[in-house]
Structures are given as C-alpha cells and as structure tokens.
Design a protein around this ligand. Sequence first.
Ligand code: FME
Ligand code: ZN
Ligand code: ZN
Length: 411
Amino acid sequence: QEDNPIARFRRYLQFNTAHPNPNYADPISFLISQANSIGLQAQTLEFTPLKPVLLLTWPGSNPSLPSVLFNSHLDSVPAEPAKWSHPPFTATLTPEGKIYARGAQDDKCIAMQYLEAIRNLKAKGFTPLRTIHISYVPDEEIGGFDGSAKFVKSKEFEDLNVGFVLDEGQASISDEFRVFYADRSPWGLKIKATGAPGHGSRMYDNGAMENLMKSVEVITKFRESQFDVVKAGEAMNSEVVSVNPVYLNAGIPSPTGFVMNMQPSEAEAGFDLRLPPTVDPGLIKKRIAEEWAPARRNMTYEVIEKGPIRDYMGCPLMTLTNDSNPWWPVFKQAIEAAGGKLSRPEILASTTDARYMRQRGIPALGFSPMTNTPILLHDHNEFLKDSVYLRGIEVYESVISSLSSFKGESY
Ligand SMILES: CSCC[C@H](NC=O)C(=O)O
Ligand SMILES: [Zn+2]
Ligand SMILES: [Zn+2]
C-alpha cells in the first residue's frame, strides 16, 4: 500500500463519516495509528457514549505555558452519490489532481494536514516551546452538542490550559487565504398557524394557510432587505441576518398525496436563521413575536438557539484580529513567512465548534488553507486539488512552529 501524504489523506477520506450514522471508530483507529507513527501521545475521551473525542499531544519544552489547540471534526454531512461524478467515499484522484470526496474540504483536509505538518517538523528536528494539542471531535455538523460543547466544559479540557485555537475555515477562490474571527449564531425557527378548517371552495379570513403565508411574505421581505444590503456591496453575506425557509408542512394527507378540497386547520414552516455577532438577538426575537408570528393571527412559534451567542462576560463571541490579541501577529506573520497572504478577516457565514472555545474566553480563528479553490462544502462533487492540499501542509508547518514557539505574554 502506498504511503505518502496524498495516499494517507485519501485513506482518511474513505471512512464514511456521514450523518446520520457516522463511522467514528475506524477513522479514530486510523488517526491513532498515524499518531503512533509520528510519535504523538493519543487519548480517546467519551463525553457521550459512542461519540468519542480523540486528543493528540506533542508536549512542549515548557508545558506550563498555555498550549495551542488545532481542532477538526470527524463527521461529515450526507452526500447523494447518484448526483456525484465520483462516489463520495472512494476519494478518487483524477489525472488533473482533483481528489473527490465528501469531507475533502470540510474538514478532513485540515485533520490530516495538522499531522503531516507535525511529521515534517519532527523530521526537521523542531521542538515546540508550548504544548501542541490536536482534537478530533464528533457531531460538529449537527451542532456539536454531544461533541465540542461537552469537551470544552470538561476537566480534561481545562487541564489542557489552551491559550489559542485554530479550527476550520473555508476555501478561497482567490490566491489569498481566508481567516474567520467569528461565526454567525444559528437559530431554528418553527412557526405554526392554526385557523378554522373549511371546504376548499370557501373564502374566509384567518385560515391557517392564509396566516402562515402572510408570515412567509413578511419574512421574505425581511430576507430581501438583508440580501439587498449584500447585493449593494455594503456588507458581506456573513454580516447580515440570513433567514431561509427549510420546510413547509400543511395539508391533509390522502393516498394520492393531499386532500384537495379541504382547507387545513394547522400549517407550519421552518426557517434557518443566522445572526452575526453584531446583531442584538433581542431585536430579532421582538420582530418574530410582533411581525413574523403574531399571536393576533393565531400564530405560535419556537426559537431553537443552537449554541452560545455570548461569552461568560456577556460579550459577543469574536476573536480580535489586531495587535491587542498577542496571537494575531504571530499567526499573520506565520502565513507570510510561508509565502501566503491573508485577506481581510471575516465572519463565517455558517457555524463551527470555534464558538464553544470562544465562549470559554479562548481566542479562536477559523482557517482552512485552500486558495484558488471553489467553495464546495456541503455541495455535490466536493473536491480538493492535491497541490492545494500539499501547499496547506507547508503553511501549517509555519503556523504550528510559530504559534508553539510564541514566547510572549498570552492569556
Ligand atoms: C446547529 S449548528 C450547525 C453547525 C453547522 N456546521 C457546519 O455546517 C451549520 O449548520 O453551520
Ligand atoms: Zn466543517
Ligand atoms: Zn460542514
């Protein structure tokens, strides 16, 4: 069997870690065998049965200093194989060097690049001053509630004395690397309408469907107002509130579909909402109560807040990207030392486990070194070029050596 960085990456991509039944045991065994071959300490932690966290460690020469943690998630979103040009879990390598796999960008690349970078640093005789930890966590794609959320609250995590975290970012279509200092907070919004049932031919006010459709209209207007700001170039996608319908549920089922001549007495719609850290969640809740699902139109609603929005001090979960964060210049210079350039730090449109680290007051940046690459996370035909992957290893060599050598005052 071939053994080189690309072959190892492809082997990691071949584990089917897609929800709803991600295989966690086999990729963890593989990662442990990699850790053993590199000479890293490995321990498996289980905060929820069958949802293991793998922790690898390279002790620093001064283990009393705060450590640096490199995080990635083990799981993947599902794929629809019939809609892919190559099967999503074979990690096909094409003649142009494209590696097709679910997870190639999100985020199995960084999982293996951390290890390859450390392998190379060890071979060069590098010794870290600060201890380096690498964590592999379950369930990020479904919110991390049984993964990172529990991990960061554990005694084991406390004992790591983490001073700085790197977690996943997103691909960049330009030749500048992207870096993310905050995530948007995800909410699930369920809106339910009730109303008088009636014959399909009747016109009357306050039917459940009519009320729900009014809500959908109002929400669509709000969505447009946010999107217009983006289209006008006044804000990035991730800097506005997004609200997208994800399901509609109404009607009276029949063997052939739905009963066509009855107006239902209940109707429900679900929305995915994302709030940038700069937005006051109270204002959005007020809008929902008063405009989107008003009780006066027989509407009820449920807001499901998926994870923290503020830290223990009540501050938005943002990592500073200026010199008042001592880690920032170290990270930035490490990218430059590797011949790379960072684009302006961004808020991530989606959500990662970094929010749990930030909630503990630990500075955390999202970073996945993929330049000149289409953004394909959660898409069909997710791929990463071998050359981009290998370049990322070099970038991490610089980043890992710089961060773990940082002598200055840290948190
Ligand atoms: C409810 S938190 C879900 C986290 C997920 N993360 C990646 O896609 C996301 O939807 O952004
Ligand atoms: Zn991810
Ligand atoms: Zn994802």
